[in-house]
Design a binder for this molecule. Structure first.
Ligand code: S3P
Length: 164
């Protein structure tokens, strides 16, 4: 089994992937961490600041490619993974894509100001990204789960019930 979690920054992809992987006895892959490892930088912030978004996106594609033949994993993606279709082609091979859907305001609440990812530092820009990306998340998703009013445990239960 291979489960791919997609959704905007603050969707809870990391937290949900941890719970889901534990519950289903699957391994977990965090694309953002694999990207940082591959880059030789200390963080994604550093990649964005020193190399730029384009380099980050190239690394993201390389990581998606590395993951294409792995099985029995839950993959937590970065919010921009849907920007390059090639990522989805690699990731969805024998996998199921789950869109963790939330309102923009929920992302704002979930991401404390000091801990926001690079593309969330400017709120107005982030909202534009959010609007632009919603159709893409929907388009690529096999399953859509609304998370605004649910606890992580409830989200995981819903995922499992929809997988069956
Ligand atoms: C990004 C989201 C981040 C990370 C990078 C770019 C985006 O991941 O991949 O900062 O374009 O939405 P999270 O969604 O885990 O914050």
């Amino acid at each position: 089994m291979k489960i791919i979690l997609i959704g905007f920054m603050g969707a809870g992809k990391t937290a949900i992937s941890k719970l889901l992987a534990a519950k289903l006895h699957l391994q977990r892959r965090e694309m953002d961490d694999l990207i940082t490892e591959k880059s030789g930088r200390k963080s994604n912030w550093e990649i964005f600041d020193k190399d730029g978004e384009l380099v980050f996106r190239e690394l993201e594609i390389a990581v998606a490619k590395d993951l294409r033949s792995e099985q029995n994993i839950v993959i937590s993606t970065g919010g921009g993974v849907i920007l390059n279709k090639i990522n989805i082609d690699y990731l969805r091979k024998d996998g199921i894509i789950i869109f963790l859907k939330n309102a923009f305001e929920t992302s704002e609440k979930r991401l404390p100001e000091g801990k926001r990812p690079p593309l969330f530092r400017d709120i107005r820009q982030a909202k534009k990204l959010y609007d632009f990306r919603q159709p893409l998340y929907n388009f690529y998703a096999d399953i859509v789960i609304e998370t605004d009013t649910k606890t992580p445990e409830e989200v995981v239960e819903e995922i499992i019930s929809k997988l069956n």
